[in-house]
Design a protein around this ligand. Structure first.
Ligand SMILES: CC(C)(COP(=O)(O)OP(=O)(O)OC[C@H]1O[C@@H](n2cnc3c(N)ncnc32)[C@H](O)[C@@H]1OP(=O)(O)O)[C@@H](O)C(=O)NCCC(=O)NCCS
Length: 417
């Protein structure tokens, strides 16, 4: 094998993009018959906010182009920003990871990830996230599971007892309501850890929300000046049929108040005579479990979401930490060498957070694995659990401060990629 890994671009010959698409189809199956594949990313058709890398074996010919080397692995990345600690953090989302069937198990991902993670960090990504088909594939690159995209099912009959709110009204959204819907999502998402901000090139069509779903239902309550204020929304598809097997598919149910949540679930429950289930995409446990505690709630699908920090200063800079202080720590054994060394994290008066590298690891400071510092940053685990699992060792001096800095928000994701 004579391997080389490189970034693909819009000027690559069409045969390279055909090979990448073939590898994707081989790994994930043919494009569904009811959806049209996007154009090959050649020239102007290159999608904004997307990067691609591929590993080639120069000793093997591409069957479709004998003059070109065989593409043996590929990955696509998406430019996102996501909410952590109330800050919008540059995030590169990895997707479409594939190795040719005959070359699997040969360690080709090491080369592909080493190159693409370093270049993604250089391009400004603070974090990398992905939905693994199996988490074990990515742990060796420093990723760990911080959240999950779940599909849960609630029988519509269980919603019959949801009482109406005296103040919240529901109505169907119109195009004029889209900015209020997006602002409601912002309010909710910025209070969680993990959701994408839904800004940037990959969400350029966010304003066309109403074209993409059957309906968006709003929950509104009166504002002090007599106007109505949007306090929640549900975007949903009706699905087919009108019997117990029929399900209403809810893509987003965002509520800023308990009354808004009850009002939206009541609308969904009104389908009980024609649909057996509500299928909701969320991160379980959804807060609805607290608002409507007696609802039966079954998980139908579970997609873990993994994260690793790529650039600690870039990950810290946007965050405002709630307690002033300074923490000295070190990160060891980063498989791609991005985080190794000693670091000083500072928070000045609850405003600016910063991370600066202070030198090589000495062994005297609290010592994190890459997954450990990533889990802490995401608010997915506290220091006690990281110590228990072997992701943090050494002095406990800063444990309470680190827990105060990074804890307190639930991890959530709403966009699968
Ligand atoms: C997943 C895939 C990219 C891995 O390719 P690969 O060539 O086996 O990867 P590598 O040889 O570089 O790494 C294999 C490592 O991942 C682990 N791994 C691979 N598949 C795994 C699985 N299904 N579950 C757990 N671990 C897995 C192996 O244990 C191995 O670790 P080790 O080196 O410690 O033994 C390849 O199997 C593939 O293309 N699968 C179909 C598409 C897919 O699932 N893509 C992932 C999308 S998130």
């Amino acid at each position: 094998m004579a391997l080389h890994t490189r970034r693909l671009g819009p000027d690559d010959p069409e045969s390279v993009h055909v090979a990448s698409r073939r590898l994707g189809t081989e790994a994930f199956g043919a494009w569904p018959s009811d959806r049209t594949p996007p154009p090959l990313p050649v020239g102007d058709a290159w999608p904004a906010g997307v990067a691609m890398w591929a590993t080639f074996d120069d000793e093997l010919p591409d069957p479709a182009d004998p003059d070109g080397p065989l593409m043996v692995a590929r990955v696509r990345t998406h430019d996102y920003t996501s909410w952590f600690g109330g800050a919008s953090v540059p995030t590169t989302g990895y997707a479409g990871v594939a190795v040719t069937a005959e070359h699997r198990g040969g360690g080709l991902l090491n080369e592909l990830f080493a190159a693409s993670l370093v270049e993604s960090a250089e391009a400004g990504a603070a974090l990398s996230t992905l939905y693994p088909t199996a988490p074990g594939i990515y742990r060796r690159f420093g990723y760990e599971v911080v959240a999950a995209y779940d599909t849960v099912e609630v029988p519509t009959t269980a919603l019959a007892g949801v009482r109406p709110s005296p103040t919240v009204r529901t109505r169907r959204a119109t195009p004029a309501d889209v900015p209020a819907v997006l602002a409601t999502y912002d309010t909710w998402a910025s209070a969680q850890n993990g959701p994408l901000t839904r800004r940037g090139p990959l969400f350029a069509d966010a304003e066309k929300l109403l074209d993409e779903v059957f309906a968006v239902t709003l929950a509104e309550e009166p504002d002090t000046d007599g106007t109505a204020r949007v306090v929640g929304f549900a975007s949903w598809d009706r699905g087919s049929g009108y019997d117990l097997d029929s399900a209403i598919e809810v893509h987003d149910l965002v509520a800023l108040t308990g009354d808004a949540a009850r009002a939206l679930w009541r609308v969904l429950g009104s389908f009980s005579s024609v649909a057996g289930r509500i299928r909701l995409h969320t991160s379980d446990p959804d807060v609805t479990r607290l608002v409507l505690p007696s609802l039966a709630w079954e998980r139908a699908a579970h997609h873990p979401y993994m994260l690793r920090i790529l650039d600690l200063p870039a990950a810290m800079a946007p965050r405002a930490l709630p307690v002033p202080g300074t923490v000295e720590l070190e990160v060891a054994d980063d498989p791609v060498g991005l985080l190794d060394g000693a670091w000083r994290l500072t928070a000045l008066d609850g405003v600016a957070a910063a991370a600066t590298r202070t030198g090589a690891a000495s062994g005297d400071l609290p010592r994190f694995t890459v997954a450990g510092v990533s889990l802490l940053y995401a608010g997915a685990q506290g220091t006690a659990n990281l110590r228990m699992a072997g992701h943090l060792s050494g002095p406990t001096t800063y444990d309470a401060l680190l827990d105060a800095w990074f804890g307190g928000r639930q991890t959530h994701v709403r966009d699968y990629f």
